[in-house]
Design a binder for this molecule. Structure first.
Ligand SMILES: O=C(O)CCC(=O)C(=O)O
Length: 263
């Protein structure tokens, strides 16, 4: 089963991992994200934590069909470094499904966490995400593309809720080509006929190859679409851009989960 998933990932550049996250942990993550959202709406967050949030109202209206930011209240688009809010986010690094996805897809026994965030598409106006590749990126990126993004889909994803779309097979380019495309300004625009919208249930883990083109529409549905996103890479890969978050440098894998010795 894992070999099939690896094969699909190598062929398409994305895959829904065959094993979901453990249910008790999923429920705790949902409760924790809901608490962050409640505190943000009520403006009751510690200012140091509030700084880690990207609010929908502060972003361009064009990606939410022109809706005025004032009408989005204090709705969050991104929670940066969520482990600063609640230690439950660090527990995800012990989840068996997540560890097996990271190590199998990277082809290693141990892997290192780069960063984590929660990406939220609020019902009705949650913004669309333009087509892009994650390699290279300006936040945390190694010189080579030896990393993967794992999305733990807290609410699942549907077409209406703005599920992530992929242009299958577009990861099969060299790192140099991906870098040149980034420098030249825009990623190629996919032909809608070639794109795949990944729908899944709550708790499923969607793996994204760093060079596959992906994006996604607005959440036009009535429920939240929240994904915990983790970027995980191979040990020893040299960073090109390097953020320092709470979970950065933690090693997951065969020997469990431990602090990176070279941190
Ligand atoms: O939340 C999503 O749909 C995708 C997030 C994403 O594009 C990314 O992390 O690169």
């Amino acid at each position: 089963m894992l070999a099939d998933a690896l094969g699909m990932f190598e062929q398409q550049g994305f895959v829904i991992w065959p094993r979901p996250m453990e249910k008790g942990l999923l429920d705790s993550l949902v409760a924790s994200v809901e608490a962050i959202q409640r505190h943000a709406q009520a403006r009751t967050l510690d200012p140091a934590l509030d700084e880690l949030l990207v609010y929908e109202k502060d972003l361009s209206a064009s990606k939410r069909a022109g809706l005025d930011g004032a009408l989005t209240g204090n709705s969050i688009f991104i929670v940066g470094d969520p482990a600063r809010f609640d230690e439950v986010f660090a527990e995800t690094l012990h989840d068996a499904a997540l560890v097996s996805a990271a190590t199998t897809l990277l082809g290693v026994d141990e892997a290192v966490v780069h960063f984590m965030n929660v990406t939220i598409k609020n019902p009705g106006f949650g913004r669309s995400i333009s087509w892009h590749r994650d390699y290279p990126n300006g936040y945390f990126c190694t010189r080579d593309s030896s990393f993967v993004r794992l999305m733990i889909c807290l609410d699942g994803m549907s077409v209406e809720s703005g599920a992530t779309c992929f242009d299958a097979g577009t990861h099969r380019i060299s790192d140099q080509e991906a870098q040149q495309q980034k420098v030249s300004g825009t990623w190629p625009t996919p032909d809608p006929a070639d794109t795949v919208t990944v729908q899944c249930d709550p708790g499923q883990i969607v793996a994204i190859h760093p060079k596959v083109l992906h994006g996604g529409g607005m959440n036009t549905g009535s429920g939240m679409r929240r994904n915990v996103i983790l970027q995980i890479g191979t040990l020893g890969a040299e960073p090109m851009t390097h953020a320092e978050e709470s979970l950065t440098g933690i090693v997951i894998g065969a020997k469990g989960c431990r602090e990176h010795l070279n941190r």
